[in-house]
Ligand binder design. Structure first.
Ligand code: ACM
Length: 524
């Protein structure tokens, strides 16, 4: 009997906890659900205490009026308060809902924006009825990112803006834009027009596809659109490898690859190469206010065959005491890093660059090789700031369900649960270095993603789990609770017309296919 009472008490506590969960994505770090509710009708009054708070109040009013709201009169009013003196955390906010008032408070514009996003979700998922509650929220990580590769396949401005909207709702704040690689160069550079007249032709499955790229005006528009949503865009200009599209357009700076790797790397010994890169970066830094520029640095060994045989390159290695071709690669990375630093920016590089002898003041490491955990440890021990995007579980081109057939599978795939549980499996490696870990990102390479249905299918709903792993304190995360809430977010994706994968009904929609091609270089 005693046992029975204990079990039922535990069960009711458990279901009470489930019941008490608000439908918020990501889950707030602290939430107390109270009795009663606040009704929002068409007559809702929303105000702010001036400046940005009044602007955000207006935005909230516009968004909320498009949602299905309660038929009855509103219970009271909503107020946005920007109060630096309250000294809430940088991106944090406090949201209080009583039966007659809703208050959103923050000490920064960013915090107030996230409070607004939470409120909009509560109204959306509650269909105009908001449970009385108190939320105190702030993120676990500063870097909550998503990377999109538009070199392999190009999706265009409207799709990118739609993703920025969803990212903002999920409190993701970094859009890493992989704009240059082998198949195509995707950003207008006025000084070097052939980058777009020649370099932008082709994509991963069709080398003759018409040129696709973003004009500088479009880049400015997207950067501004992201900034309004407190999202920073980090452009990536991959070098010295993965430079095929550039080197095709300007063969005078090409040097290293042979056969099918022709033009894969920049020529590492010519001053002209570094001048060329510097001139391109001059235009890139003008377009992107981000403090970081990503310069790649990955997988050079795929296409540097002639570095081993070219007499000029071999002589350069000797003259500069670079020891070997890897030393030359590191020389290139150091020089490119200094160019980025000379323009007032900090470089980000894939984890190969850890060994290049860089100063942690000038470089940040993106850890991607999940099977080389020592690279993560080495980066931390050497004082670098690190962003985590290990292939397992944070590469979005791995498939997400055992029944899927298109995409990568390497001794496993990336189901939503693995993403949700991240970074727990590697947390011990970061012990005592937590301050150097900026955060994490979901990275989508698009060799096998040629259309927007497949893009949506690979990104959603896994991006929702990424947001929670990046934002919510470990102690406030619970996978079963997250999955119980997730259908609400799927309904929202449905409204947006997103072709998401439904983990509750894996056969609900066909898995989109993608064109095949031989010789897949699939990252490492
Ligand atoms: C990478 O996947 N080559 C960074």
């Amino acid at each position: 009997m005693k046992k029975f009472i204990l079990v039922s008490a535990l069960l009711s506590l458990w279901s009470g906890q489930l019941f008490a969960q608000l439908s918020l994505f990501p889950t707030p770090t602290k939430q107390i659900v109270q009795r009663g509710e606040f009704l929002i009708g068409k007559d809702i009054r929303i105000s702010g205490n001036g400046g940005y708070a009044s602007r955000i109040a207006k935005d909230a009013k516009t968004t909320i009026s498009t949602l299905s709201l309660a038929d009855s009169k509103s219970s009271g009013q909503i107020e946005f308060l920007l109060k630096p003196e309250e000294k809430l955390p940088e991106e944090g906010y406090r949201l209080s809902v009583t039966t007659d008032k809703i208050t959103v408070l923050a000490s920064t514009e960013r915090g107030l924006f996230y409070g607004k996003e939470s409120l909009v979700q509560l109204v959306r998922f509650g269909k105009g009825t908001v449970r009385a509650c108190r939320i105190e929220d702030a993120p676990r990580y500063k870097w909550r990112g998503f990377m999109l590769d538009e070199s392999r396949h190009f999706f265009g401005k409207e799709k990118v803006k739609q993703y920025l909207d969803i990212m903002a709702s999920l409190k993701l704040n970094i859009f890493h834009w992989h704009l240059t690689d082998e198949p195509g160069w995707r950003i207008e550079i006025k000084r070097y027009p052939k980058l777009t007249t020649t370099g932008s032709i082709g994509n991963w499955h069709d080398p003759e596809a018409p040129a696709t790229f973003y004009t500088q005006e479009e880049i400015k528009e997207i950067v501004a659109y992201a900034a309004e949503r407190h999202i920073t865009i980090i452009p990536e200009f991959d070098m010295p490898g993965h430079a095929t599209a550039v080197c095709r357009a300007y063969p005078e700076v090409s040097g290293g690859g042979e056969g099918k790797w022709k033009h894969f790397t920049f020529h590492p010994c010519k001053d002209e190469t570094y001048e060329f890169i510097s001139n391109i970066l001059d235009e890139i830094v003008e377009l992107f206010p981000s403090p970081y520029i990503h310069i790649g640095g990955d997988e050079v060994h795929y296409g540097n065959q002639s570095w081993f045989t070219d007499p000029e390159i071999q002589a350069f290695i000797k003259e500069n005491n670079l020891v070997n071709e890897t030393g030359l690669e590191h020389y290139f990375i150091r020089r490119a890093t200094d160019i980025v630093a000379s323009k007032g920016k900090k470089m980000i590089g894939w984890d190969e660059v850890i060994d290049a002898g860089l100063s942690p003041e000038k470089a940040t490491i993106m850890w991607w090789r999940h099977d080389r955990k020592h690279q993560l440890v080495k980066a931390l021990e050497n004082g670098f700031e690190v962003i985590m995007t290990p292939r397992h579980p944070l590469y979005a081109d791995f498939f997400q369900h055992a029944g899927h057939r298109v995409g990568r599978y390497w001794g496993g795939y990336n189901p939503i649960e693995d993403i949700y549980l991240f970074p727990d499996p590697v947390a011990h490696l970061m012990k005592n270095y937590e301050d150097q870990v900026l955060g994490m990102q979901f990275s989508l390479w698009t060799e096998r993603v040629a259309d927007t249905n497949r893009l949506d299918f690979m990104v959603f709903p896994r991006l929702v789990a990424v947001a929670e792993s990046a934002w919510t304190a470990a102690k406030a995360k619970e996978y079963s609770v997250f999955m119980r809430k997730l259908p609400r977010f799927l309904e929202y994706l449905e409204e947006l017309g997103i072709y998401y994968f439904n983990p509750f009904r894996p056969d609900a929609r066909p898995e989109p296919t993608a064109p095949e091609k031989e010789d897949i270089l699939q990252h490492g």
